[in-house]
Structures are given as structure tokens and as C-alpha cells.
Design a protein around this ligand. Structure first.
Ligand SMILES: *Cc1c(COP(=O)(O)O)cnc(C)c1O
Length: 402
């Protein structure tokens, strides 16, 4: 090899990229316009389910905290990044979640990674639902524990695998999304808890899409199913219904204090900005004081499900603000999203690898900020869409499982 002709160290990338784009998988970053009633009215792609990210009370709390503590936390929580805002939010979250204590993490992703990797390791096993959010899977990989993937919401299969694995592992953890992020359906938590109790396994429930929405008090899927006391580890995010950024791990004091010491993503990352802690605290107060927000978003979602089905779309069973509209192929899904966009309606197009092949879909997420008129406009554009509606072929319970 001639020294004056260095080999391009990124040469491998051209073929990889060509392959990726040929599959129609390229995604682009497009800047969103600033908050404003008009620009957010027909945006059905955000996880701001209660419309709190631009609530003036939440914004004011963030500004006030920023003036007092600055824009950044300046250090990790254990060093000096933990402020009065963090302390106050942790106390409020613990009271809300009905747990002894709560640890805060920079994101929900970090909270899941940290929680899982601190309670299990090599010689242990984690049982995950195949449609769990990617960060639970990544947490298991980081931990070094064995990853046992169970078909979606298949408790019979979970029971079989747990029985077969009896005695093979040191510790066992069953980790599920309380509300599945792409399908909007719930994990059957009473059955999951019963199995965990029978087999002496820990449970972890990720409430990312449950917090603020499900259950009488908006505490999530655990409250909806009345299993608040039976779940070992609750993980949540401040970035969806609470409208800001950050994650938390909730549970018994002896558990949380261990996670705070041991979880790499909490120990080695800067604490979340004080503004986020203050915003989340204000949002949490609104969740408790204004249950009408979650009632409204559930009603809007029911209207959309009903009308989209009447218009011939395949809309899997789910509850709450996430309404998947199955299309099938990735490029047809993109074309549909594009068509809606030209009519001023923004909806997320979800493709593999986020969802299994052949189940590309629009993921409509509703918010309490939407009006009935806005939802009706979405329904009308779906009715007029030029993309052929697929048959019942791709119902999620018939999906490929591994
Ligand atoms: C969004 C999401 C996360 C990650 O939360 P962030 O705060 O955005 O990092 C974790 N789990 C589930 C199920 C999610 O949907």
C-alpha cells in the first residue's frame, strides 16, 4: 500500500448507506416552527399528550428555575448537580407514584438503562415483551444479563419460559412497557405481576406513555390495573405527558438508593437541567388538578378510532391517545404521511426498524390541545387519502414473533 494514498476509513459506509436508503429507511431532520396555536393545532406527531409543553404555568416554572440555578445542572447528581428543584420534584413524584422514593435521570432512556443495568448482570435473565421500547432492550444488553424475548402480551408463553428457566439464573426481571409506544395497547399487568410473584422475579414497568394519562389519578398503567403496590421498579419519563425532559426510577428506598449509586447513566451523566425539574413539577400539579385534560384526550382518540375504521382503515385495538393506523409497506406509509402534510396535517410515519416489517403505520398521537374540529379534519384527510387501505392482513396479533 502506498503511503500517499491512504485508505478511506469510512469506505464501508457508502455501501451501508446505499443499502439503508434503498430500503426506504432514510429519515430526515426537519425543524419545527415555534409553538403557537396555529402551528400545533394539526400536529398529530408529538407525545405532548396533555398539551403541557407550552402551558404558561409550566413555562414560567422553567424560567424561574433557570434564573435561580442557571441553564445547566453543571455536574452529575451525586457530585453537585442535584438542586433544590431536583429535591422538590423527587418528593412530588414519590408522593404521586405512591412509592418511598424516586431517582431522577437525564432522560427516560437513561432511567431504563440505569435501572436495568443496576439490578441485573451476567448470570441473570430479563424477560421482555417483543414490542418493548428499544431502551429496555438496550438496558438488558448493557447489563450483560440474558435477554429472553416473549411474543407481544403473550402471558401463556411468558409462564412457560419462566417455568422452563427455573433455577437457571441468579436473579430474574420481567420488564414491560405499561403502554406500548407504537401500538398504544397496555401490558396485562395483573397477570404479569402474578407470574413474577409465583416465580420470585422482579418486575419493571416503563410508564413513559402511561404517566399523566391512565388510571383515575393519571398514574399510569399500574393504576389502571390496580397493581401499584405489586410492581418492583417503575420507570417514567418527564418528556411525554409532562412536557419537558428527564426520566425517573421509582420504588422502595433500598432499591432506589442502590440505583442512584450503581446506574452508570445516572452516575456518569450531568443531572437534568433545573428548569426541566421545575417544569415537570408544575406539569405534575396540573395533571392532578385538571383530570379533564386526560378525559378529553381519551374521548378524541375514541372518535378518531371509530371514524378511521368506518373509513376503511385498519386501526388495532388500543386505549388512550396513541392511535396507530396500519398501512403495511414503508414507502406507502411515507407517501400517505406526505399527502397529509400537503394538507397541513402532520402525523408521524413509523417504519422498520422501529416497528416490525410489514407493519409500517401512521402513529397518530392526540393531545388535549386538539379540538374536535382538528380531529375531524384529520379524519376527513384520511377519508380522502389516495393510498389503498390494507385489509385485516396486518393485524398486530398476526405479526411475526421471534
Ligand atoms: C420515549 C420513551 C422512552 C424514552 O424516554 P425519553 O425521556 O424520551 O428518553 C422510554 N420508554 C418508552 C416506552 C418511550 O416511549
Amino acid at each position: 500500500m502506498k503511503a500517499d494514498q491512504p485508505v478511506d476509513p469510512l469506505a464501508w459506509l457508502d455501501a451501508e448507506w446505499a443499502d439503508w436508503t434503498a430500503q426506504g429507511l432514510e429519515r430526515r431532520l426537519t425543524p419545527r416552527r415555534p409553538h403557537g396555536r396555529e402551528s400545533s393545532l394539526l400536529d398529530f406527531s408529538s407525545n405532548d399528550y396533555l398539551g403541557l409543553s407550552d402551558d404558561s404555568r409550566v413555562i414560567d416554572a422553567a424560567i424561574e428555575a433557570t434564573r435561580r440555578f442557571g441553564t445547566g445542572a453543571r455536574a452529575s447528581a451525586l457530585v453537585s448537580g442535584w438542586t433544590e428543584e431536583h429535591e422538590a420534584l423527587a418528593a412530588d413524584l414519590a408522593a404521586f407514584e405512591g412509592v418511598e422514593t424516586v431517582a431522577l435521570a437525564p432522560t427516560g432512556y437513561a432511567a431504563n438503562l440505569g435501572a436495568i443495568a443496576s439490578v441485573v448482570g451476567s448470570g441473570d435473565a430479563v424477560y421482555v415483551d417483543r414490542l418493548n421500547h428499544a431502551c429496555l432492550m438496550d438496558g438488558v444488553r448493557l447489563s450483560g444479563a440474558a435477554l429472553r424475548v416473549v411474543p407481544h402480551n403473550d402471558v401463556t408463553r411468558l409462564a412457560e419460559i419462566l417455568t422452563r428457566d427455573e433455577g437457571r439464573y441468579r436473579r430474574r426481571l420481567i420488564a414491560v412497557d405499561g403502554v406500548f409506544s407504537m401500538d398504544g395497547d397496555l401490558a396485562p399487568l395483573p397477570k404479569v405481576c402474578a407470574l413474577a410473584e409465583r416465580h420470585g422475579a422482579m418486575t419493571l414497568v416503563d410508564e413513559a406513555h402511561g404517566t399523566g394519562l391512565f388510571g383515575r389519578g393519571g398514574r399510569g398503567a399500574r393504576e389502571y390495573w390496580d397493581v401499584m403496590e405489586r410492581v418492583t421498579i417503575t420507570v417514567g419519563t418527564l418528556s411525554k405527558a409532562l412536557g419537558t425532559l428527564g426520566g425517573f426510577v421509582a420504588g422502595e428506598r433500598r432499591l432506589v438508593r442502590y440505583v442512584v449509586q450503581r446506574a452508570g447513566p445516572l452516575v456518569y451523566s450531568t443531572a437534568l437541567p433545573p428548569a426541566c425539574a421545575a417544569a415537570a413539577r408544575a406539569a405534575l400539579a396540573i395533571v392532578q388538578a385538571e383530570p379533564e385534560r386526560r378525559i378529553k384526550v381519551f374521548a378524541l382518540a375514541e372518535r378518531l378510532r371509530h371514524e378511521a375504521r368506518r373509513a376503511g382503515w385498519v386501526v388495532p385495538e388500543s386505549l388512550g391517545p396513541i392511535v396507530p393506523i396500519l398501512v403495511g409497506e414503508a414507502d406507502a406509509t411515507m407517501r400517505l404521511a406526505q399527502e397529509l402534510k400537503t394538507k397541513g396535517v402532520v402525523v408521524g410515519a413509523i417504519r422498520p426498524p422501529t416497528v416490525p416489517r410489514g407493519t409500517a403505520r401512521l402513529r397518530v398521537s392526540l393531545s388535549a390541545r386538539h379540538s374536535i374540529e382538528a380531529v375531524d379534519r384529520l379524519i376527513e384527510t384520511l377519508r380522502q387519502a389516495a393510498i389503498p387501505k390494507i385489509g385485516a392482513l396486518q393485524e398486530p396479533n398476526q405479526r411475526r414473533t421471534t
